[in-house]
Write a protein that binds this ligand. Structure first.
Ligand SMILES: Nc1nc2c(c(=O)[nH]1)N[C@H]1C(S)=C(S)[C@@H](COP(=O)(O)OP(=O)(O)OC[C@H]3O[C@@H](n4cnc5c(=O)[nH]c(N)nc54)[C@H](O)[C@@H]3O)O[C@H]1N2
Ligand SMILES: Nc1nc2c(c(=O)[nH]1)N[C@H]1C(S)=C(S)[C@@H](COP(=O)(O)OP(=O)(O)OC[C@H]3O[C@@H](n4cnc5c(=O)[nH]c(N)nc54)[C@H](O)[C@@H]3O)O[C@H]1N2
Ligand SMILES: [Mo]
Length: 764
């Protein structure tokens, strides 16, 4: 079988001048004040602001400019000079704005005033904060608590998140789903199952000591570009990088460091991946099984020859369970099945296996390419199997590294934004605040969408995000969303979720973390938790985009105060005046994680809240790390058949989730449009299609529902056969809400079964 190997010549490297040009373009379009650059120079350093973009950790020994293309764009986007004021609504109705693109909605600028929807004119109109809080509180009080959902996107800091969760529980519900329900929930649930930790096990120093990095479905070049610096360093000291990804992602091929003048002037590129294996979407279980087979075979040879074992038998015996069954499965696995299901040749998998064997310390990195599948948790368990074989967890330079998305998505879960009651110290909440927290689990995003469509959810409060655009089953969601009694969106910019207002609907504009947050006791700081479980303080210094903005914490407290009965323990005004008091509460609720919180929050690189699996303490049922025997070879919930494709929904480097900065996906050579579908040349040929042709994608779930996305132009792209790609969030109209990871209910956005339809003809 011919492998699809990345061609480093095919596109420019990640970073480099392309990165600077891309930042400059956003600067030119949003025209922030010149001092915005100063804001960037302080980013991710002690005393500065923690980036509003992703959750990549902040090193102790930071670079002069500890920001990246991604962070720079997000910063400039927030610091734009454009404003979406109440006057904007004089010229536009909500119905009219539904025809606008995501990019154009956000380009209207920062939201400036609290607004209420007026059905008579189909517009949002200005309202005072007090009126807004009062009306929202009155409506919430009229509902049964479980009919309301309190969603959070991962933007808000730990203090606001803690109070938000406290408010929902004091109100009477655990309906606290979060963006991670569409993202790394597979990690929270799946990783906990096998190593007893819901988060990654490595810390920064491990990056500096690893001999090899194995990447599965994570794209640092676009999504966490500061990761490219330690990877470049790793390559310099001779470490290997192996990538499994259906798409050739430029950041995993080569990189020019835009913050290194020598690299920039000479165009010196660092080659990133030593082996790039273009696995089929959903084919990782088979691929990893193949790598494990290579390792086990090498161990058999070592045993026969009497040389050093390849498996870390001492570790396996002391620390793991399920090894015997797993090893049987590996021995019996047939290369024919492995190559068919993975789409990779035996030789290519063996080469990856050889690198794994000769590397003393290995880090397994993963992202949405593993989590967003019907068997996402099994994907993760397979990666853990591979790491366990050679004791690569809980050891210096080795471990498991899920790369989180939003800047505080992990932290919000840590402090209580979670629908699962077992994650919450309910007794402590009861003790601290003198109320009986609800005991029933709340809704995940999938539950919430289903219950919303069924008419059982009557109110949605959203602390950030653009939920209507981020979830599957988008058309039905849009119809159902506006039937609710109440929708409340705490936002910085206008987005599509505002355009389907409930019977009572509010947009509450908040400060960005970059902006100074002055309360009764003075300037406040907030904290966030990164992918390596480090907590860092962040102090915004910029003048707020409007004098009418409130902080997220103040908005949460305002709604809570208007909704709940007054109680001596619920000190909403005092907490708003001094966020340090909220940190004291977090410390009292989670004493092991947040000891000396207020004292340590500005420690360079953040303070580590610890992770038992990092120390080889396994909080699983068996108190051991678990080998999982796969009962299948792919992560799909559907069979292949003629005319059915696996649609992988992708991000460009010119977007942050549903925020579309522009139309330049320069790494993939797609300019000026997002209305494309990427297909490999052989599939285009076989289907009798032509590059450039306009087609629709039609969902191929067997549930009788028509879901279609029209107007996509075919682009020939280097992909495994049967895997096609188109952009998220546009593709969310194609996904069914029942298509999700079996264990965690994370939507399976990386392999949606679809057919291709040519206008006015039958499906191909
Ligand atoms: N610029 C930018 N940065 C972002 C974001 C953004 O939208 N834009 N979003 C933020 C958020 S919330 C998140 S969660 C992270 C997401 O960051 P990532 O986890 O990197 O997410 P994706 O880009 O969706 O997909 C990751 C990679 O998985 C590959 N992939 C897809 N299916 C498979 C598969 O079956 N197997 C394998 N091995 N690979 C597969 C894709 O080709 C892609 O390269 O990024 C954060 N950072
Ligand atoms: N098909 C498909 N669907 C997916 C994915 C996929 O890969 N494919 N990825 C999933 C993933 S990983 C995620 S995380 C979700 C993302 O889903 P969400 O988190 O809901 O969406 P975002 O696009 O991040 O939200 C953008 C909006 O957040 C608001 N905002 C920005 N900054 C702030 C702030 O500081 N505070 C507040 N209060 N609001 C702010 C702005 O109004 C902006 O319009 O989407 C998921 N959906
Ligand atoms: Mo995410």
């Amino acid at each position: 079988m011919a492998d699809r190997i990345a061609n480093p010549e095919s596109a420019g490297p990640a970073g480099g001048w392309g990165s600077l040009k891309s930042i400059a373009r956003i600067y030119g379009e949003t025209w922030p004040t010149p001092t915005a650059i100063e804001a960037l120079s302080k980013q991710n350093k002690p005393g500065g602001v923690m980036c509003v973009s992703c959750a990549w950790p902040k090193p102790v020994n930071y670079h002069p400019f500890e920001f990246c293309e991604n962070g720079a764009k997000a910063t400039l986007w927030d610091l734009t000079n454009d404003r979406c004021t109440p006057d904007f609504w004089n010229d536009h109705t909500v119905a009219e704005l539904r025809a606008w693109k995501d990019h154009d909605l956000e380009m209207t600028g920062r939201l400036t005033h609290p607004m209420r929807y007026d059905a008579g004119t189909d517009r949002y109109v200005e309202i005072t904060w007090d009126e807004a809080f009062e009306q929202i509180g009155a409506k919430l009080k009229s509902l049964t608590p479980n009919a309301a959902v309190f969603y959070s996107s991962g933007h808000a800091g730990l203090e606001a998140a803690y109070l938000y969760a406290l408010f929902a529980r004091a109100f009477g519900t655990n309906n606290l789903p979060q963006s991670s329900n569409m993202c790394h929930e597979t990690t929270s649930v799946g990783l906990s199952e096998v190593i007893g930790s819901p988060v990654g096990t490595i810390v920064w120093e491990d990056l500096e000591k690893a001999d090899a990095f194995f990447f599965f479905g994570q794209n640092p070049g676009s999504n966490s570009p500061r990761f490219l610096h330690p990877l470049q360093e790793a390559k310099k000291r001779g470490a290997s990088i192996v990538t499994f990804n259906p798409v050739v992602e430029q950041g995993l091929v080569s990189f020019v460091n835009p913050q290194n003048p020598f690299d920039m002037l000479t165009g010196h590129e660092t080659t990133i991946s030593d082996e790039y294996l273009q696995v089929k979407a959903g084919g990782d279980i088979a691929a990893i099984l193949g790598v494990c087979k290579t390792v086990v075979e090498a161990d058999d040879v070592a045993v026969t020859a009497g040389t050093k074992r390849v498996l870390d038998i001492d570790f396996i015996q002391e620390h793991t369970t399920g090894f015997g069954r797993f090893i049987d499965c590996v021995r019996h696995a047939d290369w024919k099945d492995i190559t068919r299901e993975s789409g990779l040749s035996e030789q290519a998998i063996r080469r990856a296996g050889e690198i794994y064997i000769r590397s003393e310390r290995v880090i397994g990195v993963y992202g949405m390419g593993l989590t967003q599948h019907s068997q996402g948790a099994l994907n993760i368990a397979m990666l853990v199997n591979l790491l366990l074989l050679r004791g690569n967890i809980g050891r210096e330079g080795a471990g498991c590294c899920p790369v989180r998305g939003h800047s505080n998505v992990q932290g919000q879960r840590t402090v209580g934004v979670a629908e699962k009651t077992k994650l919450i110290p309910m007794d402590r909440l009861k003790q601290l605040f003198d109320f009986d927290p609800p005991t029933e689990d709340g809704m995940t995003i999938v539950d919430a969408v289903k219950n919303l469509i069924a008419g059982e959810v009557r109110a949605f409060v959203c602390l950030g995000g653009n939920l209507l655009r981020a979830v599957p089953e988008q058309e039905e969601m849009e119809c159902s969303w506006e039937k609710q009694d109440l929708t409340v969106m705490v936002s910085t910019k206008l987005n599509r979720s505002h355009l389907f207002p409930g019977k009572q609907a509010y947009i509450l504009p908040c400060l960005s973390r970059l902006e100074s947050d002055v309360q009764a006791t003075g300037l406040q700081s907030v904290t966030t938790e990164d992918s390596f479980s480090h907590i860092s303080g962040s102090t915004g210094k910029r003048t707020p985009a409007s004098e009418h903005l409130k902080s997220e914490l103040a908005i949460v407290a305002g709604i809570a105060k208007a909704t709940l009965f007054a109680k001596p323990g619920l000190k909403w005004d005092e907490w708003t005046a001094d966020y340090g008091l909220v940190r004291d509460l977090i410390e009292a609720s989670y004493p092991n994680d947040f000891k000396d919180y207020n004292e340590r929050m500005f420690q360079p690189g953040g303070f580590y809240r610890g992770n038992d699996a990092h120390d080889r303490v396994w909080n699983t049922e068996e108190k051991k790390a678990v080998f999982t025997t796969p009962d299948r070879l792919n992560a799909l919930s559907f069979e292949d058949r003629s005319g059915r494709y696996r649609l992988l929904t992708m991000r460009s480097n010119d977007q942050f989730n549903t925020t579309i900065y522009g139309y330049s996906d320069r790494f993939r050579g797609i300019e000026g449009t997002r209305d494309v579908v990427l297909i490999c040349a052989e599939d285009i040929d076989e289907a009798g299609l032509e590059p450039g042709q306009l087609v629709s994608l039609v969902s191929d779930f067997e549930d009788g529902k028509l879901r279609e996305l029209a107007g996509l132009r075919i682009v020939s792209h280097n992909l495994p056969r049967g895997t096609i790609c188109a952009y998220y969030p546009e593709c969310n109209v194609l996904n069914s809400i029942d298509h999700h990871d079996q264990m965690s209910k994370t939507p399976a956005s990386k392999a949606i079964p679809v057919r291709i339809r040519v206008a006015d003809t039958n499906d191909i």
